[in-house]
Design a protein around this ligand. Structure first.
Ligand code: AMP
Length: 647
């Protein structure tokens, strides 16, 4: 196939085709539809099978095809747009701006790849990336897939213990890291956390490549740590060709929380991911080559992987990498960047908008936003007042989109690139995206709910479209058990979200069916936080629940039974222990997992068979009725909770 084309002619809809018909075709004529979409990608060797469904619930996409993600994101654009910015790095933390054109990115990625290759990194090896939002983080991701290796980015906000768990699971050959990040003007050293994680971890890495930003002193461990600046200077002109990999070859793993304490390594393929992202850039985000995409997430999350790094670069767009807060130096900063870089598509989270809402509204009016076509929001429920407020403030369409780390790209949204007449509805993320066969099922009977406004579990029919998780890293059993075993005899993927559909086909998400909570768009397992709280020696028992919060959507609250009640006999004792427990969570997970409050009680509400009554705890915290408590073992436990919360 011709490798030099950038924008193939594929059926993307032109407004003449109505969306339900377009979507139905993507399901009924699955292979034909995805064969067309696959033309958006350069294939080194063409695939022979669009989707291999011989081994459900596993599915293999574009079997027989060979490609390279880095080639598609970088190399193929160089002849057409060598001088166009590829990465625009803006740090309001270090007051730095740096632009790398596609030509420069092509060279830098090869330098990083040369450094990694010199450390023995090759096809199938894991490279763990623990970095702040700096260009080298994106360059390391691209260099890894260039070599046919698999990256595993760990969010920079995670502390040593969480990092160690991920190192043990991913067993990387090399880790790429930095001396420090910065948040709100405060330097956050990374290297000591990494050293501690490597000390705790049973898996020992051969090499650490360290990017020294000069923010924090970071000693190098002899024989293990390599200074990137030095190593780079030795490989300035090295050419590192792309390693062609099978379409089914993993490109990365990314850890996400579930109901157990152990995070799952979501494993993504290469070919399916490239095709799905390229299609979404056009059909949903309406992003065109040469335009600028600004996604305010972090490369440590799936939104960052898909829409800071791969999506925009696959589309030949310029992508902004932003290190900093949305309100520093003031709440105009993002809009200033929109004006300066003529951003055409922006992608953020409802929490960030709620943060802006508390600031001077004039900040949103100061800059020329005429280049901006849409603002996309995702990661957590988008409440109506927030959607309305930002829509009115910037005068642009606000497009909600619902998806998960597992799926890699939106399940529900409003793909106006296919049908510009599609309408949004406040409170609804929209319609199933092409390829997603969404069904609402009764949680008890598994029966499909086809009438409007029936609440059911949102599920996806087999096979999942390209780009979704292949499996859980090194744990096929967990993949099948977790996602595909909720409904006997039905090969359906459980999202663990409640949903409903209205009469016009708009879908609504009504919260999780499991014990996972969502804090400021970040998914956290209550079990994971409970384990971190239990690491404090004073804790005998703990329950963590997610409670509605005006700013962050939800926050975690912990209820603790202590070993020695005298420690929490008075206010001073309670305050001191609460602070210690929060610090323990900071050390175990990182501030991202810290409960907003820790309450002390003598007993937790449980059923007579010992099951924690989480919904009742949550109801008490949110000031709601607790519902049926006939199975409760100790009825005074609820009163204790109420007293603790009100104290
Ligand atoms: P994560 O994998 O961390 O992105 O979290 C995915 C979960 O976040 C989903 O299963 C939903 O519970 C929630 N979520 C993501 N996007 C939305 C959205 N647009 N509306 C409602 N909930 C969302």
């Amino acid at each position: 196939m011709d490798r030099n084309k950038n924008k193939p002619t594929v059926m993307v809809g032109n407004g003449s085709m109505n969306y339900p018909a377009f979507h139905a075709r993507s399901i009924r004529q699955r292979d034909a539809y995805w064969r067309e979409q696959a033309q958006r990608i350069d294939w080194h060797r063409p695939f022979h099978t669009v989707c291999d469904t011989r081994n459900p619930p596993f599915a293999e996409w574009f079997v027989g095809g060979q490609l390279n993600l880095c080639h598609n994101a970088v190399d193929r654009h160089v002849p057409h747009r060598p001088d166009q910015p590829a990465l625009i790095f803006v740090s309001t933390e270090t007051c730095t701006e740096q632009t790398l054109s596609y030509g420069q990115l092509f060279v830098e990625v090869q330098r990083m790849a040369a450094v990694l290759r010199a450390q023995g990194v090759g096809r199938g090896d894991r490279v763990l990336i623990y970095m702040p939002m700096i260009p080298e983080a994106v360059i390391a991701m691209l260099a890894t897939v260039r070599l046919g290796a698999i990256h595993s980015v760990v969010f920079g906000g995670f502390a040593a213990h969480s990092l160690a768990t991920r190192i043990e699971d991913a067993t990387p050959k090399v880790i790429v890291s930095a001396d420090a990040g910065s948040r709100g003007g405060k330097v956050i050293p990374y290297k000591p956390l990494l050293d501690e994680a490597l000390h705790i971890s049973k898996h020992k890495v051969d090499k650490v490549v360290l990017v020294h930003r000069g923010l924090s002193p970071a000693g190098l461990v002899e024989g293990r740590d390599i200074d990137y600046k030095q190593a780079r200077s030795e490989v300035m002109d090295q050419v590192v060709p792309c390693v062609w990999v099978e379409a089914t070859h993993p490109s990365y793993t990314l850890y996400t929380s579930g109901t157990t304490g152990k995070p799952k390594g979501v494993q993504r393929d290469t070919g399916g991911y490239a095709v799905a992202l390229a299609a979404s850039m056009d059909q949903l985000f309406c992003g065109q080559p040469g335009e600028t995409f600004f996604c305010t997430s972090d490369i440590g999350w799936v939104v960052g992987h898909s829409y800071i790094v791969y999506g925009p670069l696959l589309a030949g767009m310029s992508t902004i990498i932003y290190e900093g807060l949305p309100i520093r130096p003031d709440a105009a900063i993002w809009w200033q960047l929109v004006e300066k870089h003529k951003v055409s598509v922006m992608f953020s989270a409802p929490t960030a908008v709620r943060v802006l809402k508390k600031q001077d509204p004039d900040c949103l009016k100061r800059h020329d936003l005429s280049s901006l076509k849409h603002l996309f929001l995702a990661g957590e429920p988008l409440d109506e007042p927030t959607a309305k407020w930002i829509g009115d403030a910037i005068g642009k369409p606000i497009i909600d989109n619902y998806w998960q780390t597992e799926t890699g790209w939106p399940i529900l949204s409003v793909p106006r690139g296919i049908d510009p007449s599609l309408t949004t509805r406040l409170g609804s993320p929209g319609f199933p995206m092409p390829g997603y066969d969404v069904r609402l099922l009764d949680d008890q009977t598994g029966e499909e709910l086809t009438e409007p406004h029936q609440k059911g579990v949102l599920t996806l029919q087999y096979p999942l479209p390209p780009g979704c998780l292949q499996t859980v890293w090194r744990d096929d059993t967990r993949f099948v058990k977790t996602y595909w075993s909720s409904f006997a005899n039905r090969p359906v993927y459980n999202t663990f979200d409640w949903g409903l559909r209205d009469a016009d086909g708009h879908h609504f998400i009504l919260g999780r069916t499991d014990d996972v909570i969502n804090v400021a768009g970040h998914r956290l397992g209550t079990r994971e936080i409970e384990e971190a709280v239990s690491a404090h020696a004073a804790v005998a028992e703990v329950a963590v629940v997610g409670v509605a919060d005006e700013l962050k959507g939800q926050v975690a609250r912990a209820f603790v039974v202590v070993r020695d009640a005298s420690r929490v006999a008075d206010d001073a004792g309670r305050k001191a222990l609460e602070a210690e427990i929060m610090q323990t969570v900071d050390q175990q997970i990182g501030a991202v997992g810290r409960p907003s409050r820790v309450y002390f009680v003598n007993a937790l509400p449980k059923t007579r068979s010992g099951k924690l009554l989480r919904r009742a705890i949550q109801a008490v915290c949110e000031g709601r009725a607790t519902g049926d408590l006939t199975t409760i073992e100790d009825p005074t436990a609820i009163q204790q909770l109420q007293d603790a919360v009100l104290r």
